[in-house]
Design a protein around this ligand. Structure first.
Ligand code: NI
Length: 187
């Protein structure tokens, strides 16, 4: 997959977009579908990539920068400048494995908090790329986890909502200055 949006994988002195943090209502609103992938969306994607790289993230969803749109950027290969980032617009999971696995997650909107989350190990996802072209990919392991984490953001779900170890969760939230009441546990 080639990217129409060339963004260097480096930190900028100032990221173009401001991050929103756990407790902010914008993170809890379901994001709207993108009707047309136009230049304004490509500018958003570019700025989201620059913001993600500036914050050492491997994934970022538009609600995290206060934009209520179904747009996600992902890059699990920060050390490979030649590998383009993945841009997912209006993503839909079309298959998920019955096999699940546990893995540690973090989130640019909850800095300093890293906890295990159980998710399906493999998924198939269809989406539009930054050119508006329909795409479908299969993902497993880390990529599958990051896609699911970012797609949760589009539904107003934060990874801490899925954490089962409540003792560790409350301990870390407290340590990082987040209110435990900002978590909306998923049963
Ligand atoms: Ni996140």
């Amino acid at each position: 997959m080639t990217s129409a949006i060339a963004v260097e994988k480096k930190k900028l002195e100032q990221a173009p977009l401001e991050l929103h943090y756990l407790g902010d209502r914008v993170l809890r609103q379901p994001a709207k579908r993108v009707a047309k992938v136009d230049d304004s969306i490509r500018i958003l994607v570019k700025e989201m990539l620059q913001t993600m790289y500036s914050n050492d993230g491997i994934g970022l969803a538009a609600p995290q920068v206060g934009v209520n749109k179904q747009v996600i950027v992902i890059d699990c290969q920060l050390d490979k400048p030649e590998v383009p980032a993945l841009v997912l617009i209006n993503p839909k999971i079309t298959r998920s494995s019955s096999q699940v696995c546990s893995g540690e997650e973090g989130c640019l909107s909850i800095p300093g908090v890293y906890l295990d989350v159980i998710r399906p190990s493999a998924i198939e996802v269809s989406f539009k790329d930054e050119n508006g072209k329909p795409q479908k990919i299969q993902a497993k392991d880390l990529l599958a986890r990051v896609i699911q984490h970012e797609m949760d953001h589009l539904n107003g779900v934060m990874f801490v909502d899925r954490v089962e170890n409540e003792i560790a969760l409350n301990e870390q939230l407290k340590k990082q200055g987040f209110a435990a009441s900002a978590v909306k546990h998923i049963q």
